[in-house]
Design a protein around this ligand. Structure first.
Ligand code: PBG
Length: 322
């Protein structure tokens, strides 16, 4: 038969498939999210996130070393403080859990890139990402605290600040504060497009950051909206964000693609806790091949246009990729 086009010719062997492969994952794409808590020798597995832990600082350093050995050179840290209060004061305390963790990792592993998540929800007793008055999350007073947090994170040695709080104007507020304190060289990776998502459930268990009343729909985005995502990304771009993030990842591949096409900044996507938990759970039940599905989702996220992927699979899968 005189078939001219036979795409199967390029699929016959793994060698030829590797030759024509369009999207390749590398440990350099990954940022490894880690939860750091008080104490010593603590390595407490998060029930809904098998393979992810609350780690005391000593254990955190070991975990980062282990990841570094298999090629993961970037981490993002989330603090789980011993005490929480209404103003989230441990977020910007000089000796806060995150600040101490950043110092410890940078002291032991100088070439590891430490990204500091910038939000109040892990530090407030009410679990919201900002200051509350009459049941409302106030925008501008929150910006001051986020800016303070960013400066204290930079002072502790953070290489990148990643604000995830979704207050209006957070990028410019943090940029100004960093610049005024001599940190004009520190980039901002903005969680520019962050949806109010059910996929954050396991994270909130890990960080103890479930809102005590209401939910986050008053500041995080409606999952139904994509034009609004472009507005959010545009605002952060104009305010000086160095990288733009979309979060969650897999349910929002269309948004990743749209942000990629519109902006020339590096684009990051966060494969969040619920995405990880689903793959782990189905894998444990024997319903899917966990590693294969994990790699397929990460490949899809990269194919959609993300340069950087934040994923709890980073350490586990890095070994497979090298
Ligand atoms: C803090 C923050 C959250 C996540 C990252 N930064 C939680 C939230 O907004 O409730 C979620 C990450 C994940 O689910 O893995 N605001």
């Amino acid at each position: 038969m005189n078939l001219i086009e036979r795409p199967r010719r390029l699929r016959r062997t793994e060698t030829i498939r590797a030759l024509v492969r369009e999207t390749r994952l590398s440990p350099d794409d990954f940022v490894y999210p880690l939860f750091v808590c008080e104490g010593e020798g603590v390595r407490r597995e998060i029930a809904s996130m098998p393979g992810a832990f609350n780690l005391s600082i000593d254990e955190l350093v070991k975990e980062v070393e282990g990841a570094r050995r298999v090629g993961v050179r970037s981490v993002i840290l989330f603090g789980v403080p011993g005490e929480k209060d209404a103003a989230g004061s441990q977020a910007y305390a000089e000796d806060g859990i995150t600040q101490r963790a950043i110092r410890a990792v940078k002291r032991e592993l100088k070439d590891v890139l430490v990204i500091a998540d910038n939000c109040l929800c892990e530090y407030t007793d009410h679990g919201h990402c900002g200051v509350i008055e009459d049941g409302e999350v106030l925008n501008d007073p929150t910006l001051d605290l986020l800016a303070r947090t960013a400066v204290s994170q930079a002072q502790a040695g953070a290489d990148i600040i990643a604000p995830s709080n979704m207050m209006d104007g957070f990028v410019i507020a943090i940029r100004d504060a960093l610049d005024e304190s001599g940190f004009e060289h520190i980039p901002i990776m903005s969680y520019a497009v962050k949806y109010a998502s059910g996929f954050y459930g396991p994270f909130r268990e890990a960080a103890g950051s479930t809102p005590q009343f209401g939910d986050r729909r008053g500041y995080q985005m409606d999952p139904a909206n994509s034009r609004e995502a472009m507005r959010e990304a545009e605002l952060d771009y104009e305010q000086g964000a160095d990288m733009l993030m979309v979060k969650p990842a897999l349910p929002y591949l269309d948004i990743i693609r749209a942000v990629r096409e519109r902006f020339d900044l590096p684009i990051a996507a966060y494969q969040v806790s619920g995405e990880y938990a689903m793959i782990k759970a189905a894998g444990r039940l024997g319903w899917i091949d966990e590693e294969r599905v994990a790699l397929e989702t990460l490949t899809s996220i990269k194919r959609a246009g993300s340069d950087i992927i934040l994923t709890y699979f980073a350490r586990e899968l890095a070994q497979r990729l090298t």
